[in-house]
Design a protein around this ligand. Structure first.
Ligand SMILES: Cc1cc2nc3c(=O)[nH]c(=O)nc-3n(C[C@H](O)[C@H](O)[C@H](O)COP(=O)(O)O)c2cc1C
Length: 409
């Protein structure tokens, strides 16, 4: 069993870091590194003023990609930086440090440099960390500008008080990079519907060994479970994905992936973390049985057994249902080859689930290995919701939204 990835709370989050012409720009290097350390993807846009204080080369080295500072990258070749693309790419824009000048430009919608153009095109939230001398900071213009920006929803990371570059002492020092990074984390936690919820998802098949090279398995591709993991993580959940042998990359933002092979391993992995979860989705196609005896070497034709005895595997879902607390919610999947509705209803009750997702192999385009699915969701209160055939990614988003409104108090 492989335990992966420590905590990357900003995993997959896209942050545009705007740097303006303040002496505090040297702290932006630490901020960029801190955001990256926490898992964020970072792009940097610097004003001309900023490049006087810290070199684009320093920032490019830290974020491992070129920084943007001009509208045009190669004037003669007609190559330009797509400010609209940058504004749309980001999940959040952080301007740190933010000069009095840039704050004023933001208030008035000026578009005189690349950063201002990105800010005007942005569809995502914006945070600013002002940095300036205390008289500039307390000046009515700056205070008015900050008030207007705050009213428009810009998150103002208040400057600290202390010795300033001018030699004066007072309020105006840019907040510390770690504090700004904490604020960025808090932003993502409070804005998303599943923020703060721990979600466990099982996905894929299990492989039950027969001999050194052969196994009993099934055709589950893991696609539905991975689509769900991605949708939950996008909605702010801290996702732990316990996954059988599949050939899929870990979705962005997924907090932890545990790779297992057999049902016994999956049971062990689930047992180790289920108690600390708020929500569980058992999507894996776990083999109900395994060969009673296995061989460490490959069976040759001559020593093939005539019959293979099977042994029952642990019922992972039932174990989760039995130990479920009042605060936890549990959803199971049922794949039926026949009608299935009655059998899904029975499974819902028998395994103490809050909802069950039924898909039948009778529907074209539904089930294993395909990119689409058609499901019916039944819940413990008797509600039934049918979803048309659609891409597993789209369906996953709808299921995650449904459970947020119907299963989470
Ligand atoms: C040494 C030096 C330090 C400066 N520090 C600051 C500062 O901390 N905050 C500020 O608002 N402006 C500061 N300025 C002024 C800005 O660099 C100036 O207003 C510039 O036009 C800002 O442009 P930008 O907002 O496009 O980066 C400083 C200027 C110099 C020369």
């Amino acid at each position: 069993m492989e335990l992966a990835s420590p905590s990357f709370p900003l995993s997959g989050r896209r942050i545009v870091l705007g740097i303006t012409g303040s002496i505090a720009a040297y702290k932006s290097a630490t901020l960029a590194r801190e955001l990256k350390r926490r898992g964020a993807q970072v792009r940097v846009v610097m004003t001309a003023g900023a490049t006087e204080f810290i070199t684009p080369l320093t920032m490019a080295t830290l974020i491992d990609r070129p920084v943007h500072s001009d509208f045009t990258e190669d004037e003669h070749a007609g190559v330009w930086t797509n400010h609209v693309e940058l504004g749309i790419w980001g999940d959040l824009i952080v301007v740190a440090p933010a000069t009095a000048n840039t704050l004023a430009a933001m208030v008035h919608g000026q578009c005189e440099n690349l950063l201002q153009a990105v800010l005007l095109s942005a569809r995502c939230p914006v945070a600013v960390a002002p940095a300036m001398d205390l008289d500039m900071f307390t000046h009515a213009s700056t205070q008015d500008n900050l008030r207007v920006l705050e009213e428009r929803g810009v998150d103002i990371v208040d400057p600290g008080t202390g010795p300033l570059a001018s030699g004066l002492v007072g309020k105006g020092r840019m907040a510390e990079p770690e504090d700004i990074a904490d604020r960025v984390e808090a932003h993502f936690q409070k804005t998303l519907p599943w923020s703060g919820k721990q979600v466990l998802i099982t996905a894929g098949p299990t492989h039950e060994p027969l001999d050194a090279v052969r196994f009993l398995g099934n055709r589950s591709s893991g696609k539905m479970g991975f689509a769900l993991a991605s949708a939950f993580a996008d909605q702010g959940a801290l996702v732990t994905l316990v996954v059988g042998p599949v050939n899929l990359p870990t979705p962005e933002r997924v907090h932890r992936r545990i790779d297992i092979s057999t049902a016994v391993d999956m049971n062990e992995a689930v047992q180790s973390c289920w108690a600390s979860m708020d929500f569980g989705v058992a999507c894996a196609a776990v083999s109900d049985f395994r060969p009673a005896q296995t061989s460490d070497i490959k069976w040759h034709r001559a020593d093939m057994p005539e019959t293979i005895a099977l042994k029952e595997n642990p019922d992972i879902l039932r174990g989760m249902g039995q130990s479920k607390t009042d605060a936890q919610r549990l959803v199971g999947f049922a794949l039926e080859t026949d009608e299935g509705l009655d059998s899904a209803k029975a499974k819902l009750a028998r395994k103490n689930l809050d909802a069950i997702v039924l898909n039948t192999l009778q529907d074209d385009g539904a089930g294993f290995a395909v990119d689409t699915n058609k499901v019916t969701v039944l819940d413990a209160s008797g509600r039934t919701v049918e979803f048309d055939l659609q891409a597993k990614d789209e369906l996953a988003q709808k299921l995650v939204d449904l459970w947020r409104t119907t299963l989470i108090p």
